[in-house]
Design a protein around this ligand. Structure first.
Ligand SMILES: Cc1cc2nc3c(=O)[nH]c(=O)nc-3n(C[C@H](O)[C@H](O)[C@H](O)COP(=O)(O)OP(=O)(O)OC[C@H]3O[C@@H](n4cnc5c(N)ncnc54)[C@H](O)[C@@H]3O)c2cc1C
Length: 439
């Protein structure tokens, strides 16, 4: 238990001092903590690895970390399902699953998040035949405000389950998660480079005919970098010094150093983007899936990401490209473009629509507000829904009409936590919960 320590998120844009930080290592201890807080009318926020840019975890009261509550509780080999403790970091989770011959169907591009944190904000990878990480969840146990442990799944408490799959930590403390896994698989990962025109012409084919496809566009250039991953039986390759140089020295060390130059002299951003585009080479590697999805992220940045209907992608992307040139935004990080299957989770940005995600990154310390605001206006005109963990400027008024199940989610939140024990000021504003709504 640490007291009054200053907490920062990964991006460094948020700082807060909880009055206490609690590290329960069992469900029983989570229940005890929640009951104690209820009796003393204290508020609680759960935290995973603190990788969100939005102030979801912020509190000056009780912060709960499940870092001490990690691991696999049980595996059902017939169903290929694993029940895991909610604090488990994804890199530990995938290593443990691998020992059981299992893997996650899809993942995002880092693996340091907790599984509960990743689920709670709708974290996703890319691949049109697959949904976000919450779609891989088949059941959950949540310690709600009364101290009761609610089990929910597609079969049991289904409404609560659909709300809990992406719940921003507002329904209670998720203690256990049952994941639908797949047999462990290897991926062949290929990188190619082409012009924007060719890339957009080939886009539908790339999306349809590759398991995982995404592309990066380098601002101020006509270059895109395609990233394809497909299942293979080829032997896994050992990490080579060349991989190390690419992942750590080029993608992180060198990129970090030149990014620092663009912070001091923003006009160099254009040249840096062009240099990065020119440096893209053809790469091919084979490895077990969990060793392919994630790459190290040592260069700090701020990020905005919006989900749009997949049909609008080409038009929206070209509008974004045009706006960067028109307003001469001094950005050099590539824009990341991913594609994802729709789902039926109440607060999912991919709710009932196959989706494209466009992510914008700005090096830490450089101005991002005008850039993000301009791009956000484009996304909002095109049915955009923000990534819950990444920077955006929306509150309940703009969010509610974008989510058909918004009121249903709010009703479930109210039912499970009538006094708002799991809300902070940011979440009240985000969800449109008023003080008088809380009993
Ligand atoms: C470098 C970087 C790369 C990223 N890459 C991707 C990517 O590829 N795809 C993508 O979609 N996102 C990506 N993200 C966003 C990231 O996945 C989300 O911010 C995710 O929520 C972080 O997980 P976390 O464990 O750090 O959660 P936190 O940020 O600590 O918390 C997130 C939410 O989860 C809740 N929570 C945590 N634990 C519990 C619990 N036990 N019970 C109830 N609620 C809980 C918190 O209250 C909060 O609302 C990236 C972020 C960074 C910084």
């Amino acid at each position: 238990m640490a007291n009054k320590t200053l907490w920062r998120n990964w991006g460094g844009n948020l700082k807060y001092r909880p009055s206490k930080v609690s590290y329960p290592d069992s469900e029983k201890k989570i229940v005890k903590l929640v009951k104690k807080c209820a009796a003393k009318k204290r508020k609680i926020r759960a935290i995973g690895s603190g990788h969100s840019w939005t102030p979801l975890c912020e509190t000056d009261q009780i912060l709960v970390s499940l870092d001490e509550y990690q691991g696999i509780e049980s595996v059902d080999q017939d169903k290929m399902q694993a029940t895991v403790f909610a604090g488990t970091k994804i890199q530990n989770l995938t290593a443990l699953l691998f020992k059981h011959g299992l893997a996650m169907e899809n993942l995002g591009d880092i693996d340091v998040q907790s599984i509960a944190g990743a689920i709670s904000t709708g974290t996703h990878g890319t691949g049109i035949s697959m949904g976000n990480i919450p779609t891989q969840v088949v059941a959950m146990d949540i310690v709600i405000a009364s101290g009761e442990v609610v089990h929910c799944s597609e079969e049991e408490n289904q409404d609560i389950f659909k709300a809990a799959q992406i719940c921003l930590g507002t329904l209670g403390i998720i203690s256990k998660i049952t994941l639908q896994c797949v047999p462990a698989y290897k991926l062949k990962y290929d990188i190619t480079k082409e012009s924007v025109e060719d890339g957009l012409e080939n886009l539908a084919d790339y999306i349809a005919n590759n398991r995982n496809y995404e592309f990066y566009w380098f601002p101020h250039t006509n270059t895109i970098q395609n990233k394809f991953s497909n299942i293979t039986d080829e032997p896994a390759q050992k990490s080579t010094p060349l991989n190390f140089i690419n992942d750590y020295v080029l993608e992180n060390g060198l990129f970090g150093a030149i990014s620092a130059v663009t912070r001091v002299v923003p006009r160099t951003s254009k040249s840096v983007a062009k240099l990065s585009a020119a440096a893209v080479g053809t790469v091919s590697k084979v490895n077990w899936s969990h060793l392919v999805y994630a790459t190290p992220r040592l260069v700090k940045f701020n990020e905005m990401e919006y989900n749009i209907p997949i049909e609008s992608f080409n038009d929206v992307f070209l509008e974004v490209v045009d706006a960067i040139e028109r307003y001469q935004f001094k950005v050099h990080f590539p824009l990341e473009n991913r594609f994802l299957k729709g789902d039926d989770i109440y607060l999912s940005p991919a709710y009932q629509r196959d989706s494209a995600h466009i992510s914008l990154h700005v090096y830490k310390g450089k101005a991002y507000q005008k850039y993000f605001k301009t791009m956000e206006a484009i996304f909002l005109n095109n049915q955009g829904r923000p990534h819950w963990a990444k920077m955006h400027n929306l509150t309940a008024e703009q969010l509610a009409p974008r989510y058909p199940m918004w009121n249903k989610f709010l009703a479930i939140r109210q039912q499970l936590d009538p006094k708002g024990m799991f809300l902070n000021a940011y979440l009240m504003n985000l969800l449109g919960v008023e003080m008088e709504d809380l009993g």
